[in-house]
Design a protein. Structure first.
Length: 184
């Protein structure tokens, strides 16, 4: 029986140190610096592939494993199918016990609910800002004279990649300016 740890932070600038200290008793630890929202978490997948019947899968907090109830329950179901216990250190959840199984489902639902509320508040704030005249998105980075120059150079056969470098804009911006978007 092995204790297999999994630690995750959302971005490369964040530290795994606190989680790794809590997981120090694990036999093997998988670490990842990736958003929990993304389905591409190769180290989580590697950890789930690595664990064997009778192992204990250990995480520090529930939100390190999944951000939606569906994702959480899918992972818990996979662990159950492989006869692997899940232990969450900070919340003291142990799926080897019936109360742990119930609690993990409830906490997952609450976490998803809180996230949905946050998204709703954010959308409401954006809508209110728009009603007050706040504009979102980037402003045009080239002046009218520069846009005219860009168009002339393109008609003369200049390559898009050369225009990108010369005007310090992205490929998409070059094409937008050539289509008359963002010109003033």
């Amino acid at each position: 029986m092995a204790r297999v740890g999994y630690a995750r932070v959302s971005s490369a600038s964040q530290s795994l140190e606190v989680q790794l200290l809590k997981l120090k008793d694990c036999d093997k630890i998988f670490t990842e610096k990736a958003s929990g929202r993304t389905s591409s978490r190769p180290q989580l997948q590697a950890a789930l592939d690595w664990v064997r019947e009778g192992d204990i899968f250990v995480i520090t907090k529930l939100d390190r494993l999944a951000r939606s109830t569906r994702d959480l329950l899918n992972i818990v179901n996979l662990l159950n199918e492989k006869s692997i216990e899940l232990y969450v250190i900070d919340q003291k959840i142990d799926t080897a016990k019936p109360a742990g199984k119930l609690l993990i489902s409830m906490l997952g639902a609450i976490a998803e609910f809180e996230n949905d509320l946050r998204k709703e508040r954010q959308a409401d704030g954006i809508e209110l800002a728009k009603q007050k005249g706040v504009s979102f998105g980037r402003k045009a980075s080239l002046q009218k004279e520069e846009v005219d120059e860009l168009r002339i150079k393109r008609k003369q056969g200049r390559l898009i990649k050369d225009l990108m470098i010369e005007f310090s804009i992205s490929k998409a911006s070059v094409y937008r300016y050539l289509r008359n978007e963002h010109s003033e």
